[in-house]
Design a protein around this ligand. Sequence first.
Ligand code: MN
Length: 234
Amino acid sequence: MTEVDLDEYLFAPAPVISLPVRGAAERFPVHRLYCVGRNYAEHAREMGHDPAREPPFFFTKPPEAVVEPGEPLPYPPATADLHHEVELVVALHRGGRDIAEADALDHVFGYAVGIDLTRRDLQGEAKKLARPWDSAKAFAASAPCSAIVPASRIGHPAAGRIALSVDGALRQEGDLAQMIWKTPEIVAALSRLWELRAGDLIFTGTPAGVGPLQRGQRIDCEIAAVGRLRTDVA
Ligand code: MN
């Protein structure tokens, strides 16, 4: 982290959040987290929606949501229904506005395995009252993430198994090919709404099988070619 001149600020500014990069000494500094909602048809249906009539959409999490691999996952406050959502994470090393789909993959540094943790009880209440999702989605430590694997090593995965187990029992299983919006479409659509920046992470949606986590449980996630993520709920 860069040395901070404390005479300039009233108090110490927030530290830079970052993730390790597989095969590299330099870390990936995180700017912002974008998430795609309902990007797998089976998951949209399990949540009570019709994927043919309701296209995917976006929400965000703050950088403080990142939990790096090997760190314990604290069970968050204010919920009795913490849900797992395993997702392919797209890591950008170049930003921009109005990025064309054809150019989108040039902006992608690499990929990771992530979990979009959700306080489902708070989300259910927010949906019922037509209120924002921030309290359900954007809490600290709500986005455990593996090391980032550079696209220069694995290419841009568009198919392959994505799965999550809890204490050895398979909960979620799908294929990246089932994503309704593909990575280039997601980058292009996001860049029409926000100016994207190097360091942005995009959680690309979850396959069916989301469910509750309890303290003490072990989560194992896997995405073919990208890698694994293991974490314990503290
Ligand atoms: Mn999600």
